[in-house]
Design a protein around this ligand. Structure first.
Ligand code: AMP
Ligand code: MG
Length: 461
């Protein structure tokens, strides 16, 4: 049921074998049952707890932590690695990664732990992103414990079991390239092609792989931008070779619309602000290009990178057009869209709420928006699509429920202070299907209450 890791076949250059370190008095606080079924894990709750704490002995499979490098806030760090995560095996072709199961050779003096707060945030955001059709690592379960973990305050240790076909990052390539180990770079590229993109085998396979990474990254970023997601720490070691959203830290869904929104309060320069995400991803792809230039001709790399913007704009425009219910192409459409966004900015409106309201027949945004809505409704009158069909299409891309920080915070406090996990369950179910109405949960669509207006998110997790 849990099988050995393909990644292990790469050899010891790529990872270290580790032993997980136990937490005190562990228990499962939530399990993603649909994911458990997809992984074909027919385990009792007790057996699953064993797997998700790293305590279960899995025949002949030893956990490993991989080594990588990366550009953090623009600066190259020659060696990073899984400092608090390890791969414990595969289930139905997906890697299982425990985050918070103890130190590894890459912990760099840190404790190898994850706190309950950040584990709940990662768990909920993983399902939220999936619900929004944004490529992401998934999360199978959260384990809570009584072990103290020291951050700004004493918190409790937890483990998220993260799931992805592969956890390989741009930084894995950067590590070997920076050491001049071109054979290892090639072996890693071959591994990715063999196991994840076998259709690319043959002529130009490395260039095709790079183009695929560019495309999937562009699509992922376009969807982040359309849905108002800010990652917060887009270092090149946090960029997945499969184009998955990975390493949830101080992420945030943008609430009040502001393109220069910065969610990570340690990001003083705003390097990873919301509007810079598209260009930062390209910068990271350029770092990847540099790392694989032993495999691909320089001009081909450049030409491939030049395609990024087109991929991104195409995906973003298509999504934004659907969000606004625009089917027939009209040359004034982008102005119409941008004028709305500008109004949201000027009047400090909530992004998701304002987008969801577009499918209502009238202006629900206040009199400042009257003239814009007049233009908008005139524009919609030119469309051939039936209004009810249009509404259905718009509501299938404008979420009613997003993971607002205060909603996560309420669930976290309830879990921390009262050991009650029902709020996690409620949010999990709403975020799994964020486009559905669930009228009885309307209060979960509200903007942050006063107490939560200035919640600060740091990298500390
Ligand atoms: P991040 O930017 O959160 O992805 O983390 C950057 C690096 O720090 C990664 O190599 C992590 O594995 C490592 N790291 C973060 N927190 C811890 C921790 N508590 N213990 C050990 N390593 C950590
Ligand atoms: Mg990371």
């Amino acid at each position: 049921m849990i099988s050995s890791l393909k990644f292990a076949e790469l050899g010891e250059e790529y990872y270290s074998r580790i032993k997980t370190q136990s937490l005190e008095n562990t228990h499962l606080i939530h399990v993603n049952k649909a994911l458990k079924a997809k992984l074909e894990l027919n385990l009792s709750e007790k057996e699953l707890l064993g797997v998700c704490t790293g305590e279960a002995k899995l025949d002949g499979i030893e956990p490993l932590s991989s080594v990588y490098a990366g550009h953090q806030f623009g600066y190259f760090v020659p060696q990073l690695g899984d400092g608090r995560s390890c791969l414990i095996g595969e289930a139905n072709g997906y890697e299982l990664s425990l985050k918070g199961a103890g130190t590894t050779p890459y912990s760099r003096g840190a404790d190898g732990r994850a706190v309950l707060r950040s584990s709940i945030r990662e768990y909920l955001c993983s399902i939220a992103m999936k619900g929004l059709n944004i490529a992401t690592t998934e999360a199978l379960a959260i384990v809570a414990s009584d072990t103290d973990v020291y951050r700004e305050h004493v918190e409790s240790g937890a483990i998220v079991t993260r799931v992805a076909k592969s956890h390989i990052r741009f930084g894995h390539f950067e590590l070997f390239a920076s050491r001049g180990q071109t054979t290892e770079v090639k072996k890693l590229a071959d591994f990715v092609i063999d196991h994840y993109y076998p259709q690319l085998k043959g002529k130009d396979s490395y260039l095709q792989l790079f183009k695929t990474v560019i495309f999937s990254t562009a699509v992922m970023i376009a969807r982040w931008q359309a849905q108002g997601f800010a990652h917060g720490v887009m270092n090149s070691d946090n960029m997945s070779i499969l184009g998955l959203t990975i390493d949830y830290g101080p992420f945030s869904f943008m609430e009040t619309y502001n393109p220069s929104f910065i969610c990570n309060h340690s990001d003083h320069q705003g390097r990873y602000s919301f509007e810079r995400q598209p260009s930062v991803a390209l910068w990271n792809l350029d770092r990847l290009a540099n790392a694989i230039r032993s495999l691909i001709d320089e001009t081909h790399l450049k030409d491939a990178l030049a395609e990024y913007e087109g991929f991104l704009v195409k995906e973003y425009s298509a999504l934004m057009r659907q969000k606004f219910g625009l089917v027939d192409v009209n040359e004034d459409d982008s102005k119409l869209v941008n004028d709305y966004l500008q109004l949201l900015y000027e009047h400090k409106k909530d992004y998701s709420i304002s987008m969801r309201l577009l499918s209502k027949d009238s202006n629900n945004m206040g009199s400042d928006f009257d003239s814009w809505f007049e233009r908008y409704h005139q524009r919609l009158d030119q469309e051939k699509i039936k209004p009810n069909q249009r509404k259905q299409s718009m509501d299938s891309v404008n979420p009613k429920y997003v993971l607002r920080n205060y909603l996560a915070e309420v669930a976290i406090r309830k879990a921390e202070d009262q050991h009650q996990y029902d709020e996690i369950e409620t949010l999990f179910n709403l975020l799994k299907k964020p486009f559905e109405e669930h009228e009885e949960f309307d209060s979960y669509t509200k903007e942050a209450p006063e107490w939560a207006k200035n919640l600060e998110l740091s990298c500390s997790s």
